[in-house]
Write a protein that binds this ligand. Structure first.
Ligand code: NAD
Length: 329
């Protein structure tokens, strides 16, 4: 298949581009490079541009004739989305609609969407299945749910078939240390911990130490970025084969506390970095982890890596790329 990958120069997109190529697919990448890096593509073809640019999309669809689209392009910081909601609605919702409309104009029928566990907010039951009620608690989560809703309606009214992949906490770096997360601006725990371990920041903040969990800190489901990349390739192949839209929760099914992540990072890096214990942040769920059995069953996919590999690959990447991709210039 030829796959147009929007946001392919970002963290998860670039790992998925490699997986697509490894499985014999062709790729065309569309990225503004606002938050992505050309170096992460290792030479794969890039068109610099915005999903909101309908004229550019027409040119790309006419020239490249992709069979499918994987859509990573979006802003992803829940905190920022609460202070700049319009920015998130514009890029994450309008930008996606522009891409979907171009697909319809050019009869491109298969779409894989980067959704998020943020569509669920604080779950009532654990682990979180695909049937759990939606309840986003940030504008960011709402934008993901709005796109999922659009996709359900396009499925009913057009011939566009889609898979929404709801990632839990994507983390880690490629196993060959060629690509990883450019952490210059990030709110995610693993890169923040790494930033402290390589001495780029004084300490890591742990928000909430009095949760009803085994060590008082919050629980998340950390999934290796390579496992996510593999799931994407399987999802695009399956939707083209079955012509049926669906959704999958993608996590490992294992919850790790913030303290466990910090302890693993200290042990693997050998650096005893400083940790600030801070109060809970409003809107942070106490605990969330995925039930990925639907993806395991239908995609014949199983996460291969756990917290140990996540932290080891992240440490290898960050310690050898202390300035992200800028380290390579
Ligand atoms: N990282 C996570 O843990 C996580 C969890 C759940 C969902 N997601 C979703 O997965 C997707 C990818 O996340 P990531 O961590 O790789 O983020 P990222 O910021 O590294 O990658 C996003 C890429 O999209 C590009 N981009 C943004 N808006 C664009 C536009 N309008 N047109 C073209 N390019 C544009 C950026 O330049 C960047 O390269 C996002 O949609 C994010 O919301 C991420």
């Amino acid at each position: 298949m030829k796959v147009l990958v929007s946001g392919g120069a970002g963290y998860i997109g670039s790992h998925t581009v490699r997986e697509l190529l490894a499985r014999g697919h062709q790729v065309v990448i569309l990225d503004t490079l606002e938050l992505g890096n050309k170096q992460s593509l290792l030479g794969a073809p890039l068109i610099q541009g915005d999903t909101a640019d309908g004229a550019l999309l027409d040119k790309i669809f006419t020239a490249e004739k992709p069979d499918a689209v994987m859509h990573f392009a979006a802003y992803k910081a829940p905190g920022e989305s609460m202070s700049q909601p319009a920015k998130y609605f514009r890029n994450n919702v309008s930008g996606t609609l522009s891409l979907l409309e171009a697909m319809l104009r050019h009869d491109c029928r298969y779409f894989v969407f980067s959704s998020s566990c943020a569509v669920f907010g604080t779950p009532k039951d654990l682990p979180v299945t695909e049937d759990a009620p939606f309840g986003p608690e940030s504008v960011y989560g709402e934008t993901k749910l709005m796109v999922e809703t659009m996709l359900r309606w396009f499925d009913k009214t057009t011939n566009l078939r889609s898979v929404s992949l709801r990632y839990f906490n994507a983390s880690g770096a490629s196993l060959d240390n060629k690509i990883g997360e450019d952490w210059t601006v990030t709110g995610n725990l693993v890169p923040l911990v790494m930033k402290a371990a390589i001495g780029k920041t004084e300490a890591v903040n742990v928000f909430g130490t009095d949760y009803p969990t085994k060590d008082g800190t919050a629980i998340r489901d950390y999934i290796h970025v390579v496992d996510l990349a593999v799931a994407h390739v399987k999802a695009i192949e399956r939707v083209a084969e079955t012509n049926k839209s669906t959704d999958y929760n993608l996590g490992t099914g294992v919850g790790s506390t913030v303290k466990e992540v910090v302890d693993a990072a200290k042990r693997i890096s050998g650096v005893d970095f400083k940790v600030n214990l801070a109060p809970r942040r409003p809107g942070d769920p106490i605990a969330i982890w995925a039930d990925s059995s639907k993806a395991q069953r239908e995609l014949d996919w199983k996460p291969q890596y756990g917290l140990e590999e996540i932290i080891s690959t992240a440490w290898r990447w960050h310690s050898t790329h202390p300035n992200g991709y800028d380290s390579e210039q």
